[in-house]
Design a binder for this molecule. Structure first.
Ligand SMILES: O=C(O)CCC(=O)C(=O)O
Length: 274
């Protein structure tokens, strides 16, 4: 059997929407207990950043934009909720698979008064893996009103284009040109693209999006609170190790893996339907 069954968490309509649009919001799928555990882990993570943590705030006059990733083996709550409970089951249901792998978690914290827009981008060109069937589960730990909501261009995962990634710190492209890749369209053009969906959300909700789906998020310049998010990223069992014409993000070492190898490596734990 290929597909997993639908559940109270993910309806057939959600799965159809995800596969058609490459993005869907799921409401009230995480308990406040899970949110509290992830919030504690994130606080510890900010106290003890990993080697690949970043601060994107341009100067000390504004709130932080902190991000970090691949810390799940250091913080139990990340690991527990990445590998058991509802998140892997939601990922498998959306991918319509009975097994897959956890890729990594990524935390993104914008404090009040941060002027950094998360630029329009899709995630696939940053990653050192190739995967057709995958999903990121963007889990907000704070209320996300419309003015700071994640935006996504529905259907962009099927555009069949490979975009040169942008640096979050200044929105510049990683490289001027690269074979098979093209520059991202201008942000102002994407801001008015057809099919933009915007996801105001509450803790307990999540936004699921495909690695090829273009997405962005506003700054918190005039927003009075912080905005904490953990994105949990999953792939199906067909995902393979790959290279890019630039340093990948996260900058994982190949170790034993060669391009084209399945991700049979303890860094990418297996997930299965219950
Ligand atoms: O939360 C954000 O600002 C962006 C999130 C994002 O780019 C991601 O999770 O891939």
């Amino acid at each position: 059997m290929n597909g997993s069954t639908t559940s109270a968490l993910v309806s057939a309509t959600d799965i159809t929407k995800y596969q058609r649009d490459g993005v869907v919001v799921l409401r009230n799928v995480l308990t406040q207990n899970v949110i509290a555990e992830l919030s504690d882990a994130l606080a510890q993570n900010m106290q003890s950043p990993g080697p690949w943590a970043n601060e994107y705030a341009a100067n000390s006059q504004q709130g932080r934009f902190f991000d970090d990733y691949v810390n799940w083996s250091r913080f139990d709550a990340y690991k527990t909720h990445a590998l058991s409970g509802v998140l892997p089951q939601i990922a498998l249901a959306l991918m319509q698979k009975t097994s897959g792998r956890f890729f990594h978690e990524h935390v993104l914290v914008k404090e009040s008064g941060n002027n950094q827009v998360t630029p329009w981008h899709n995630d696939e060109p940053y990653y050192g893996i190739d995967s057709i069937n995958n999903v990121s589960l963007w889990v907000p730990l704070d209320p996300i009103p419309e003015k700071i909501a994640l935006r996504a261009i529905a259907g962009s995962h099927k555009w069949g284009k490979k975009f040169i990634p942008r640096k979050f710190v200044d929105q510049s492209p990683y490289v001027a040109s690269a074979s098979e890749y093209e520059p991202l369209p201008d942000s102002k053009q994407l801001d008015v693209a057809d099919n933009i969906e915007s996801f105001a959300a509450m803790p307990g909700d999540l936004v699921a999006f495909h690695f090829r789906t273009l997405h962005s998020a506003p700054s918190t310049t005039n927003y009075p609170d912080r905005r904490r998010v953990v994105s949990f990223r999953y792939v199906d069992s067909d995902a393979v190790w790959s290279t890019r014409p630039w340093k990948t993000s996260p900058p994982l070492e190949p170790k034993e893996l060669k391009p084209g190898d399945l991700l049979t490596d303890e860094r990418f734990p297996l997930i299965k339907t219950l």
